[in-house]
Unconditional design. Structure first.
Length: 329
């Protein structure tokens, strides 16, 4: 092979090497993470100064959450405490949401993306209005979830530009979902004694000698009677360890027409005390809590001037009688 041929081969080899290196560089650049701008970049510094949040979901009554001092409340529910974690999660998601891709800026396409101001339920956007201390209100429109991944289509109120962001924003549409639904969160190991007094006069008393005794004993158990299983009475105590309401209303709004079907008292190993009653109103069961002593605020959250509707299965667990705990003969 002549010198010219060898030189040509060297040139070709050099070009191939350079082409390979360029291709590798492009691939590495494509694989590198793209810097995505925050969706609400202009509001980042003052999202924490939120004072009120209005939610308008298609087909649902509007919901408003307000800050009262250090607390968050639902004004339409007589200023009942709001679910702080739901609000905190939403604010964090709004702060962290980043733009993935610019979509259409044509308003005629908004209905197909669930971002229209008017239209059928599947076409309308979920509307958010955020009010801040010392800053302009912010209107947001939330549309359909991304077809792939976990993103969501969104836009700002008054703007036609649609953006795909990198997350879905969890905004409960119902007022009930914005309430702090905790009634009690008493550690099971702290509960020593529970007494249930039924309207027909029957009394059921459950107790433990000490915290090391896991299962509750039944004081009314006769010598020949046996429980269905060793922990048959425990379900009454575990109810108070994570009790949430299905609905709530001020006592003066409920207006009970009959005496309670059950009165109960609960005592703890540390001297804690709690008393309450269960009412039946039509086909619904409502719980009220009265005197309490020694419990932390987070252990008994329910207000004494409110009534709390329980699900039927919760009420049935609380209304246990001796015959419900016995082994079948």
């Amino acid at each position: 092979m002549g010198k010219k041929g060898l030189s040509a081969l060297l040139v070709i080899a050099l070009l191939c090497a350079l082409g390979y290196l360029a291709l590798r560089h492009d691939q590495q650049q494509a694989a590198a993470p793209v810097e995505q701008a925050p969706w609400l970049a202009a509001q980042q510094d003052y999202l924490g100064s939120l004072q009120a949040l209005d939610i308008e979901a298609p087909g649902q009554p509007p919901v408003r959450i307000e800050r009262h001092g250090e607390d968050w409340v639902v004004p339409a529910k007589a200023d009942y405490p709001a679910a702080r974690q739901v609000l905190a999660d939403l604010l964090r998601a709004l702060r962290e949401a980043r733009k993935v891709e610019a979509k259409t800026a044509n308003a005629q396409w908004h209905a197909r993306l669930g971002l229209a101001e008017q239209g059928a339920e599947g076409e309308q956007a979920l509307r958010l209005k955020l009010q801040f201390d010392g800053h302009p209100d912010l209107g947001l429109r939330l549309g359909k979830a991304a077809q792939q991944g976990t993103g969501q289509l969104v836009r700002l109120a008054g703007e036609d530009q649609v953006w795909l962001i990198d997350r879905q924003l969890n905004v409960p549409p119902r007022e009930l979902d914005w309430l702090d639904r905790r009634i009690s969160d008493i550690p099971y190991t702290d509960i020593q004694r529970i007494e249930l007094r039924h309207a027909d006069g029957e009394v059921l008393t459950l107790n433990r000698a000490d915290a090391k005794q896991y299962n509750f004993a039944v004081e009314q158990l006769a010598g020949t009677q046996k429980l269905a299983f060793e922990g048959a009475a425990n379900s009454v105590a575990t109810l108070f360890s994570s009790l949430q309401f299905a609905d709530a209303a001020p006592l003066d709004q409920v207006g009970f027409k009959q005496p309670p079907v059950l009165r109960f008292s609960l005592s703890g190993f540390g001297g804690q005390k709690l008393a309450g009653a269960l009412y039946r109103q039509g086909e619904q069961y409502w719980l009220t809590l009265g005197a309490r002593e020694g419990f932390k605020v987070e252990e008994v959250s329910a207000r004494p001037d409110w009534a709390y509707r329980l699900d039927v299965d919760q009420a049935q667990r609380l209304m246990k009688k001796l015959r419900d705990l016995l082994a079948k003969s």
